[in-house]
Design a protein around this ligand. Structure first.
Ligand SMILES: O=C(O)CCC(=O)C(=O)O
Ligand SMILES: [Fe+2]
Length: 366
């Protein structure tokens, strides 16, 4: 089933609606799932009743953007690990992060490091990923040693560890080439489906009300209100919102509009200097306005989870509705950013090993 968020012609909706109602009844009656085709089995297992009902009652014009969940404020704002003095977050900062859903900017890289990395990023633009075999900005840390080195810097990992715990994995990274005069990345939020597959979640946290994933967003160029720095809607990691299908706005290839209170007093615009980074819950509503300048705005991000969160379990391919179709996962894996992976719940890849293999192949070919 294609779950692209677009408004379908009436006859398609007339076919899909009864099928969805049947699947919802199937779930309610707790009928055996193993006999269902995989796509239906996933829907019956992964969607809760509110997801079915939102689609059905709106006649397939509205849906939850992700698995619904309600954030539960932690009992304590003590850091989850002790770290070196340079990277320490105060309990006030951690409380503020839990209230707002984002924190930063913090310093991590020198201007010179970012100037070098900018050239590397530009050289990779429009090139095929060695991991996936097609052009995608995703997961280039498997083939860019400097990207991986930057991702594992203590300035980043030690701060994230205080919010998420000592043992951390990266399950995905992305390069952002926001070109001159390019459009906004519209407001979005994500929990487990990551605005992608809608049949299977990408990540499987035990408790949806925790903060189980953080995004680290690093500015390679200065990010300003003019070239499209990030904007957050304070406190909106409290719950998952609904989307209206179709409409003016665009999220890569998908077209939808997120339904939330656009009260300007809650919208925070966060300029970030080259070499600085932000940490945020992907569930906190965020986006970036258009780049109105003649220069690009380069950045990269990392999705970080604790080692007890499984990713893409038993999947060979993962489908992204907005970003380049099917991702074959045979070369993909989670990678340890900090600490140790005592759970081994997902396929694991050490990017350094791949870098070495690629360097050897290059030497041989020369
Ligand atoms: O770089 C941007 O404009 C958007 C970034 C974003 O949505 C993310 O890192 O999750
Ligand atoms: Fe995002």
């Amino acid at each position: 089933m294609n779950l692209h968020p677009k408004v379908r012609p009436w006859w398609q909706r007339a076919l899909i609606l009864p099928a969805l109602s049947l699947l919802m009844a199937y779930k309610a009656l707790q009928l055996p799932r193993f006999i269902l085709p995989r796509a239906f089995r996933s829907i019956v297992t992964r969607w809760d009743y509110s997801m079915f009902w939102m689609l059905i009652k709106s006649g397939l014009t509205r849906a939850y953007i992700d698995q619904p969940c309600q954030f539960k404020m932690p009992n304590t704002f003590e850091p989850k690990v002790e770290v070196a003095a340079d990277y320490k977050l105060t309990t006030d900062q951690i409380q503020q992060f839990n209230e707002d859903g984002f924190i930063g900017p913090f310093d991590a890289f020198s201007r010179e490091e970012m100037a070098n990395f900018r050239l590397e990023m530009l050289a990779k633009e429009n090139t095929k990923s060695k991991t996936y075999g097609f052009c995608t900005p995703r997961d280039r840390h498997f083939e860019m040693p400097n990207l991986w080195e930057h991702m594992t810097r203590s300035a980043i990992t030690e701060r994230v560890a205080q919010l998420l715990g000592p043992d951390l994995l990266c399950w995905r990274s992305q390069l952002f080439y926001k070109g001159p005069h390019s459009p906004a990345i519209q407001y979005h939020q994500a929990s487990t489906f990551m605005v992608e597959d809608y049949l299977d979640p990408a990540i499987f946290p035990e408790n949806l009300s925790d903060i189980f994933q953080l995004t680290v967003w690093v500015a390679v160029d200065d990010a300003t209100p003019e070239n499209g720095c990030l904007q957050f809607v304070r406190g909106t990691h409290d719950r998952i919102r609904t989307i209206k299908f179709g409409g003016e706005e665009g999220f890569y290839n998908a077209q939808f509009s997120l339904e939330f209170d656009r009260d300007p007093s809650r919208i925070v615009t966060v300029p970030v200097k080259s070499g600085q980074f932000l940490i945020f819950a992907e569930r906190c509503i965020h986006g970036s306005p258009p780049n109105t300048t003649d220069r690009h705005r380069l950045a990269f991000n990392i999705r970080v989870i604790p080692t007890d969160v499984p990713v893409y379990t038993n999947k060979e391919k993962y489908r992204s509705v907005y970003n380049g179709g099917k991702y074959h996962l045979k070369n993909w894996g989670v990678s340890v950013l900090r600490g140790e992976d005592r759970h081994s719940l997902s396929r694991t890849v050490d990017p350094k090993e791949i870098h070495q293999q690629l360097a050897t192949e290059k030497r041989r070919a020369a």
